[in-house]
Every structure is written in C-alpha cells, then in structure tokens.
Write a protein that binds this ligand. Structure first.
Ligand code: URA
Length: 188
C-alpha cells in the first residue's frame, strides 16, 4: 500500500491504459483524507479533466446540492472516481481501463478507511458492489462488506437527464443520513 504522496505521484504519472495519452490532468480525488463517508463516481468529464478535480461540471453542482441536503460538504467527505482519466466523449470507461485504474481507488479506500461508501451511478455500483447490480432496481439498498456499509445513488448526470428520478434520490439521501446517525458518525 502506498501513502498519500506516493499514491498521488503514481497516479499523476500513470500510463497503465490508453486514457493516459488523452488527458490534460489526472483526477485523483478531493476531500477529507480521514472522512467517514466516501463517494465514488465513474470518471472525469471535460471540466474535471481541465481542472484536475472530480465533479466540478454540471453534475458536480448537482452533487453538491444533493450532499448539502444531508449536511455533507467537500470538506467532510472524500470524493473519487473509478477511473482517474477522462474517457473520450464521456463514454463509459471500458472494463480494461477500470481494471488498470482500480488499484488507485482500493488504495484510497484503504487510506481513508471510510465507514460508508456511496457509489454514484451504474459504473461505480457494478464495479464496487457486484457485476449484476441494476441501479434502477437496487439504488438505495445497503450491503455490509468488511465492516463498510455500501450503497448507491443514481448518478447526478442521470438526474440531470431525468428529473423524475429525483424524489427516489431524495429518499436515498435520507437513508444515508439515517445510516450516518445509526453509526454515530460525527461529520467533521
Ligand atoms: N462524473 C463522474 O462520474 N465523475 C466526475 O468526476 C465527474 C462527472
């Protein structure tokens, strides 16, 4: 396992898949490195690639609004993605790109040691929870794995495309807040 500096350095210089050639910046992650709750998206979009920070485009604005409902900010959680470099034209990251990148996320999880992980969207949920995960059916359900509670929300981009999904996401957010309380987590 690498420490934060080693990991960020390795990620910034990574050439493990073809996305490396296309990037302006790697998008490593942001937030509190000792957070009890971690959010995992899919991969950087255009704005994220330009700024080197996750969820800074339109989906990110919505994510901030969603998190504020349950008193979460970028300073009291940790946010990362399955892949750290932008897939061209915002296509899904391919399985071999995810395979090449996933060790960075595993190392981040090992360093943060969150009590809760929230997968944002299908790609994160199928990768982290289980390959047959169906986000429309399974969002908001919980599993406990190695002492970590794991759930999913619709991806904010999906909520921008289809606002009719927002009420379900509101309910899921309230369940996350409940879990935070049940686990006696004090948001820092
Ligand atoms: N969508 C994601 O999944 N991650 C980001 O960082 C931005 C948009």
């Amino acid at each position: 396992m690498l420490d934060w500096d080693e990991l960020e350095h390795a990620c910034r210089n990574c050439q493990l898949c073809g996305l490396a050639r296309l990037r302006n910046n790697t998008v490593f992650g942001v937030g509190l490195k000792t957070a009890d709750i971690m959010f995992v998206g899919e991969g950087p979009g255009e704005q994220e690639d330009i700024k080197g920070e996750p969820f800074v485009g339109p989906a990110g604005k919505l994510l901030d609004d969603m998190l504020s409902i349950i008193d979460i900010t970028r300073d009291n959680c940790y946010i990362a993605n399955i892949v750290k470099c932008r897939p061209p034209n915002n296509r899904d990251p391919q399985p071999q790109e995810q395979d090449a990148c996933i060790a960075y996320l595993r190392n981040q999880v090992a360093l943060v040691q969150p009590k809760i992980i929230v997968c944002l969207g299908r790609i994160a949920a199928t990768r982290i929870i289980e390959p047959n995960y169906r986000i429309t059916r399974d969002h908001g359900t919980w599993i406990l794995r190695n002492g970590v509670w794991i759930t999913s929300l619709y991806h904010p981009s999906a909520l921008l495309r289809d606002p009719s999904k927002r009420p379900e996401t509101f309910e899921d957010l309230l369940e996350i807040r409940k879990k935070i309380q049940q686990l006696s987590i004090e948001l820092k």
